[in-house]
Design a protein around this ligand. Sequence first.
Ligand SMILES: [Zn+2]
Length: 264
Amino acid sequence: MSSMVIDFHTHPYLSSGEFLNFYPECFTPSPEQCRDELERAGIAKICGSVILKRPYHKEEGFAPIRQCNERALELQRIWGGFYTPGFHVHPDFVEESIAEIEEMHTRGVWLIGELVPYLHGWRDYSNRNLSKILDAAGKYHMVVSFHTMTDEQEEMGHMVANHPDVTFVAAHPGERENFMRHLERMERFDNLYLDLSGTGIFRYGLVAYGVNRVGSERFLFGTDYPICNPLMYVQAIYQEPISEADRENILHKNAERILGEVLK
Ligand SMILES: [Zn+2]
């Protein structure tokens, strides 16, 4: 194992209130420990959003969402080039979300998400308010990482189709049926990628199948750390029967191309 590895899908944390691990009793989360664990797995850089562990309701207003974004910027100050922050927007707060996009643009932040509607009290990726927000993101050619909502296959397709200036990265291949739906959308839309975090990659051959079908340029390595064990995901890519060139694309080259200057 020697390749540069960029983990496109993590949820870093500054305190236990953002530590998404399912067995938190075993850890004392700190930014230092977090980075050490990832580097031990061979991961050189990470991307992703900070998420509130507790349930959030929109009645609380946009402040808790913005706080996650501020946490992400704080972590970026601690970690420097190790971390590319992703920030949240929310369709119930269109003005606030667009203001956040403008603000992040001036700070050189290009990554929105992972968007997690199921945790942030909204649904429907074809939502008109979300569309307005994505129009603003498209103006700056931002990258939007979004959690796959398996009961919103049509809605995800509409979202990607209606915003050709946005680069979308769907999260989690899922099991075979869901993975096939991802691949069908990727065949239809050039601005859609898939990150390999979470459920799916432990099905041996999934990556090779996807590469044969849509090309290795369309997949990004991701783990969903600290929910998932990062070394398992790195090893899975090395074990898949694909070429070295395809492996390099998935492990870092695609993320470097999509996020460009931000990752340098
Ligand atoms: Zn997710």
